[in-house]
Design a protein around this ligand. Structure first.
Ligand code: NFS
Length: 667
C-alpha cells in the first residue's frame, strides 16, 4: 500500500508516476502526493472564510451572522481573499512579461550576449498594432521602440494599457462602460492590495470589479507581452515533433532539467547544450553528452520551439529527481516546490536557483543575467557535468510518448488557409455547419488532491467524442501529451465524426497544444480572430466555447480564469472552490460564489464556476456550447450528419469493386 491514504492508481493516472511513487515508498521518501494525504486542508480557509489581513484576527467566520473584529462580513472577506489571489497571479505573469520586455530592450541595443531577434515578421506585426513605424527601419530600431512601449505599460498611471486594443471592439466598449479598463499593469495590482488592507473596500461587488481589472492587466497586458516578446526573440511556434514523460531521461547522458517559467535562460541552455565545447566537456566526464528536458511551463516554452522533450508537468518535479538520474534541476520562477532541495539530498542532484527573485535554502545559486546569458548557461551545464561522476543507482521509468505541439494562432491561421489565404474562415464554417460543435480550452495545473492528469485527460477525451475541438496549454497540455492525445492523426478514431473530418482535411490533431500558461493569451487572440472572421457573433461571449482548468491549484490559474470571464468566456474550475463558503451553516456565505457566476455573467457575458465532478463539467460544457449555438441561430449539433466525407468516404469507396466505385464517384 502506498504511503499516504490513497493507492498509487488513485494518486495518478500516469504509469510513469505510479512507478516512481512505488520507488519513493521503497526509499521511504515523501512527495507532494503523500504530503497531500497527510495534510488535511483547513475547511474554513478553504472556503474563503478566514481573514488574516490584520493583527486583530485571524477571524474565522463559522457562525451565522458572525463578523470579523472590524465588522467585516463573510462576503467582504471572501472577495478580499479572492482578489488577493488574482493580484498575486497577475503579478507573477506580468513580472515575467516585464523581464521579457527588458530582455527585448537589451537585445535591441546589442547588450544581450547570445540572443537575436528570431521572428522579425512577428516583431513588425506586433509593432504595427501600436502604430510603431516599421518601414525602412532595422529590426533593432523597431524592437527598441516596442520594448520601450511595453516597459511603459507596467508603470503607466493613467489611460489604458495598449494590448487591450487587440480585443474585439465591442468588448473594449463593454470594459469602458463597466469601468474595468486597466490603466497600468502594476497600478492595478497595487490597488488590489490597497483595497484589501484593513478598513478599505467593503462591498464584494466593488472588490470583485477590481479583480476583473487586475486580471485584465494580466491577460491583455503582462501575459500578452510575455507571449509576444518570447515569439519575437525565440520564434513563433509551429508544429514540431516532441516527446513527453520521465522516459525521456537518459542513463548514459548528463541529464539537466529546466523547470519554472521564463524562456530566457532555458533557451540559452538549449543553445549551450549543443555547443561543441560542452559536448566535449561531457564526453571527457564519461557521458555521451548533455540531455536536456523540461518541467512545467519552461518545458512548454522549449518544447514548442525546439522540440526539447518534456520530462513532465507540475507533479513530476519530485518524481524526476527520484530517478537518481538528474545531475541538475535548474529553476527560475513559479511552481517550484521547496521540497526539491530536501528530496535531492537523497541523491546527487543539484538544485540550481537562477532568478534574483527566487532562492531556496540549501540550493546552489547561479544568478542569471541576460547580458551574459551564454556564459552563465555554460557555467550551469559544466556544474551539472561535473556532478555526473557522483551519480548512484538510477531508476528511469521507460514511459514516454510522442506529440506534436506548436499551434500558435499564427500557425492555426496559416494551416487553415495557406500563406496567401491564411484565415479562420474554415474553422468558423466548420462550427457554423456543426462539424465542430464548439471549442474547449483545457488548461492549468496539476493538483495532488486530485488524481494526477485524470481530470484533464478524461474531460478531453469525452469532449472529443462530442465533436468539440480542444486547445490546451500549461500542465494540462503535458498531461494530454503523456496520455498520447497530441499525436497528430493517430487518435482520430476516438473523435466525433464531424471533428474527425475537419482534422483529416486540414491535417491537424484534434487537440492543439498552444503553449505555456502565459500563452493563454494566444487563446484570447484566436477567439478575437474568430469574432472578426464573422458568422459567430460580434463578441467573444457569443462563441460556442468554454475554458476549463480541471486540476487547478495556483493563484495564476485564478487570474487566468478571471480575465477569461472578463473576456466573455464560461470558465469551469475543477477541484474545490476558494470561495465555496458553507451555505448549510453560514447564511450569505455563497454570495461571492454566486456573484462570480450570475453576477459576472450579467456584466461580462462570461462566468466562473467550480465543479468537482468531471461528468458534470462535461455536461455543463456541452450545454453551454449548445445554448450559444442556438443563440446564434446555428443548426443543433447532430452527430449523424457528418463523417461520410474525407478519409472515411475514401475507405468506403476503396472497399467497393471497381465498377461500383466508378459508379459511386461519377454517377
Ligand atoms: Ni500554469 Fe505553468 Fe503548471 Fe499550473 Fe504551474 S506550471 S503557469 S501554474 S502548475 S499550469
Amino acid at each position: 500500500m502506498a504511503k499516504g491514504k490513497r493507492s498509487y492508481e488513485e494518486k495518478t493516472a500516469d504509469p510513469a508516476a505510479q512507478e516512481m511513487l512505488i520507488r519513493a515508498d521503497e526509499l521511504g521518501i515523501g512527495t507532494a502526493f503523500s504530503r497531500a494525504d497527510d495534510m488535511v486542508p483547513c475547511n474554513i480557509g478553504g472556503a474563503g472564510m478566514c481573514c488574516k489581513l490584520c493583527g486583530m484576527g485571524p477571524c474565522r467566520l463559522t457562525k451565522d451572522g458572525q463578523t470579523g473584529v472590524c465588522g467585516a462580513t463573510i462576503d467582504t472577506i471572501q472577495a478580499r481573499n479572492f482578489i488577493r489571489a488574482v493580484a498575486a497571479g497577475s503579478a507573477a505573469h506580468s513580472d515575467h512579461g516585464r523581464d521579457m520586455a527588458f530582455t527585448l530592450k537589451a537585445v535591441a541595443n546589442g547588450e544581450a550576449e547570445g540572443y537575436v531577434i528570431r521572428d522579425v515578421a512577428k516583431l513588425r506585426t506586433v509593432a504595427s498594432y501600436y502604430g510603431i513605424p516599421v518601414e525602412k527601419r532595422s529590426p533593432q530600431e523597431i524592437a527598441n521602440d516596442l520594448a520601450d512601449l511595453y516597459i511603459a505599460q507596467f508603470g503607466q498611471q493613467r489611460g489604458e494599457i495598449v494590448p487591450l486594443r487587440r480585443a474585439p471592439k465591442k468588448r473594449q466598449e463593454l470594459w469602458k462602460q463597466t469601468g474595468v479598463v486597466p490603466r497600468g499593469i502594476d497600478r492595478e495590482v497595487v490597488e488590489a492590495l490597497h483595497r484589501t488592507h484593513i478598513g478599505d473596500d467593503q462591498d464584494h461587488r466593488h472588490i470583485l470589479q477590481h479583480a476583473i481589472r487586475t486580471a485584465l492587466a494580466d491577460g491583455w497586458g503582462g501575459s500578452m507581452i510575455a507571449t509576444d516578446v518570447s515569439d519575437i526573440l525565440f520564434g513563433t511556434p509551429a508544429p514540431i515533433l516532441g516527446m513527453a514523460n520521465l522516459g525521456v531521461l537518459k542513463d548514459d547522458m548528463v541529464n539537466v532539467i529546466v523547470h519554472g517559467h521564463e524562456p530566457t535562460l532555458s533557451q540559452m541552455i538549449v543553445a549551450a547544450s549543443q555547443d561543441p565545447e560542452i559536448i566535449e566537456y561531457a564526453r571527457a566526464a564519461g557521458a555521451q553528452g548533455v540531455n536536456l528536458s523540461g518541467i512545467c511551463c519552461t518545458a512548454n516554452e522549449i518544447l514548442l520551439r525546439q522540440g526539447i522533450p518534456a520530462a513532465g508537468n507540475f507533479l513530476h518535479q519530485e518524481l524526476a529527481i527520484l530517478t537518481g538520474a538528474v545531475e541538475a534541476m535548474v529553476v527560475d520562477v513559479q511552481c517550484i516546490m521547496q521540497a526539491l532541495v530536501d528530496l535531492s539530498s537523497n541523491f546527487h542532484t543539484h538544485i540550481i536557483t537562477t532568478s534574483p527573485k527566487v532562492r531556496i535554502k540549501g540550493a546552489l545559486h547561479i544568478e542569471f543575467d541576460e547580458h551574459k546569458a551564454l556564459t552563465i548557461a555554460k557555467q550551469i551545464l559544466k556544474t551539472a557535468i561535473d556532478n555526473y561522476k557522483n551519480r548512484g543507482k538510477t531508476h528511469i521509468p521507460q514511459v514516454r510518448e510522442n506529440l506534436i505541439p506548436g499551434f500558435s494562432h499564427e500557425y492555426i491561421n496559416y494551416m487553415l488557409g495557406g500563406t496567401y489565404r491564411a484565415s479562420f474562415r474554415p474553422l468558423n464554417d466548420a462550427i457554423m455547419a456543426g462539424r465542430i460543435r464548439g471549442v474547449a480550452a483545457i488548461v492549468g495545473c496539476n493538483n495532488p488532491r486530485s488524481k494526477q492528469d485524470y481530470l484533464h485527460t478524461y474531460v478531453t477525451q469525452e469532449l472529443l467524442k462530442q465533436d468539440v475541438l480542444i486547445v490546451e496549454t500549461g500542465c494540462g497540455a503535458i498531461a494530454a501529451a503523456k496520455q498520447g492525445l497530441l499525436l497528430g492523426e493517430a487518435g482520430l478514431d476516438k473523435v466525433g465524426p464531424g471533428l474527425r473530418e475537419v482534422c483529416e482535411t486540414v491535417g491537424i490533431p484534434p487537440v492543439l497544444h498552444m503553449g505555456s500558461c502565459v500563452d493563454n493569451t494566444r487563446i484570447l487572440t484566436v477567439l478575437t480572430q474568430m469574432v472578426e472572421e464573422g458568422g459567430l457573433g460580434d463578441d467573444i461571449d457569443q462563441i460556442p466555447a468554454v475554458g476549463l482548468a480541471p486540476e487547478w491549484m495556483s493563484e495564476k490559474a485564478l487570474s487566468i480564469g478571471t480575465y477569461c470571464v472578463a473576456s466573455g468566456a464560461y470558465v469551469i474550475f475543477g477541484g474545490s472552490s476558494p470561495v465555496s463558503g458553507m451555505p448549510d451553516r453560514v447564511a450569505d456565505s455563497d454570495l461571492v460564489l454566486n456573484y462570480l457566476s450570475q453576477g459576472w455573467e450579467e456584466l461580462y457575458g462570461g462566468k466562473m464556476e467550480f465543479i468537482a465532478d468531471p461528468d458534470e463539467m462535461i455536461r455543463r460544457t456541452l450545454a453551454h456550447i449548445d445554448a450559444k449555438r442556438a443563440a446564434l441561430g446555428l443548426p443543433a449539433w447532430d452527430p449523424q450528419r457528418f463523417g461520410r466525407s474525407g478519409d472515411a468516404r475514401m475507405l468506403e469507396l476503396e472497399a467497393l469493386p471497381v465498377a461500383q466505385r466508378r459508379a459511386a464517384i461519377y454517377g
